[in-house]
Design a protein around this ligand. Structure first.
Ligand SMILES: Cc1ncc(COP(=O)(O)O)c(C=O)c1O
Length: 397
């Protein structure tokens, strides 16, 4: 006999809600933050320089420039790439709105290219179809941590002289054809929001191998002023020039200390995320009501979250019912993402529904299961048990 679902009054798989993503913070992290709080310098200073150096080294990029959020990282990258009011940038609709918003911040226009059905990543062929006279850049989002087809994306970019920016918010620690995410374009933007691979509460990072771009990023995050206060204090000078319009996107040393401490655990956390993902892959491979998102053999995913597709024709309910039932079982499912141009702001800008049919079709079936480094084996088993229970109860026929 089938178990009664929690949503119908049965006993839930879990008594407490397992979030889809969550930070892991230990005593060493807390000590690193406390040490800075006890020091003389709280904002952008020595701890930030150390964090940036460690991040650049881990990614294998010449420069890492820390900023106050992943969104600020995208804005700084779009600015450094030279996107302006006459320009267009191409990105995926299956992403967080910030990926597209950064183009609008620079006064540019966003062109959405459709995704590959297998990976939900940008389809290089579809990028080709969106190229226009004013196209300046491609924003390649590594969805759920799986790198995009970067060789094909670079081939398009080179043909049309475009800048490639990685939106690497999901992909710290991922690699493609033996190269790390963060070095696969001219610029890469990372986020250190608490659900990401490492956290600074709020925070972001831009990596680049280009000295001139790194300089632009540093000036942009500091109001358009080349020297930060720490450098000026060391020099003992009051003079500074604001050479360009910038923002206060600085990261405080208090948070940078947390980032540097978190970074020392990244490899262990990636291994844990990948082990849980493998366990899910094995458990769900034979479930007819689900379709997994495979990781292609020439790349390693950073496994930011674990999205699956529902085979709706094999279910007698829709995605919203599956979502509600899993949450009632204590599994904090989510959906990534509503196509960006469906949001009212983009609708006001005139993007028609139906623009990217594959992305829209994928969105209707996507559901994100919990995956983060601090999940226990028991947590992972709960996700598997609840998913099996709900899908068995709702199976068609
Ligand atoms: C793909 C993507 N890009 C950018 C961002 C923005 O990062 P933040 O929240 O740190 O501003 C996010 C955040 O969730 C994201 O998922």
């Amino acid at each position: 006999m089938r178990e009664r679902l929690a949503v119908d009054g049965g006993a839930p798989v879990r008594a407490t809600m397992l979030p889809y993503g969550h930070q892991v913070v230990d005593d060493a992290d807390i000590k690193a933050v406390a040490d800075v709080l006890r020091s003389q310098w709280l904002t952008t200073g020595p701890a930030l320089a150390e964090y940036e150096a460690a991040f650049a080294q881990r990614v294998g990029a010449a420069h890492a420039v820390a900023v106050s959020s992943g969104t600020a990282a995208l804005h700084a990258a779009a600015h450094a790439a030279g996107i302006g009011p006459k320009d267009e940038a191409i990105t995926s609709p299956i992403t967080f709105a910030a990926t597209a918003n950064c183009v609008l911040y620079c006064g540019g226009r966003v062109a959405f290219a459709d995704v590959q059905p297998e990976t939900c990543n940008l389809d290089p062929e579809q990028i080709g179809r969106q190229i226009a006279e004013r196209t300046k850049a491609i924003l390649a989002v590594h969805y759920a941590g799986q790198p995009c087809d970067m060789h094909a994306i670079h081939a398009v970019a080179e043909r049309h002289n475009l800048v490639v920016i990685e939106d690497a918010a999901h992909a710290l620690g991922a690699s493609y054809d033996g190269r790390n995410v963060g070095t696969l374009g001219q610029l890469a933007a990372f986020s250190t929001h608490p659900v990401k691979h490492i956290t600074t509460g709020e925070g972001g990072m831009v990596t680049t191998n280009d000295d001139a771009l790194a300089y632009k990023l540093r000036v942009f995050r500091n109001h358009g002023i080349a020297d930060d206060a720490h450098t000026r204090a060391k020099r003992g000078d009051w003079r500074y020039d604001m050479t360009d319009l910038g923002y206060n996107y600085r990261m405080a040393d208090v948070l940078a200390a947390l980032g540097k401490s978190q970074l020392t655990k990244l490899d262990a956390w990636l291994a844990r995320r990948r082990a849980i993902a493998r366990r899910f892959d094995d458990a769900f491979a034979s479930l007819g009501q689900l379709e997994l998102i495979p990781v292609r053999p020439d790349r390693e995913s950073a496994r930011h979250f674990y999205p699956v597709r529902l085979n709706l024709e094999r279910l007698r309910v829709g995605r919203a019912d599956v979502f509600r039932a899993l949450r009632a079982e204590g599994i904090g499912v989510n959906v990534h993402y509503i196509p960006v141009y469906w949001h009212p702001h983009y609708q006001k800008l005139g993007y028609p529904k139906g623009l990217c049919p594959e992305a829209e079709a994928q969105y209707e079936r996507l559901i994100t299961l919990p995956l983060w480094a601090g999940m226990t084996d028991r947590d992972a088993e709960d996700v598997i048990a609840a998913t099996r229970k709900v899908l068995a109860a709702y199976a068609a026929g």
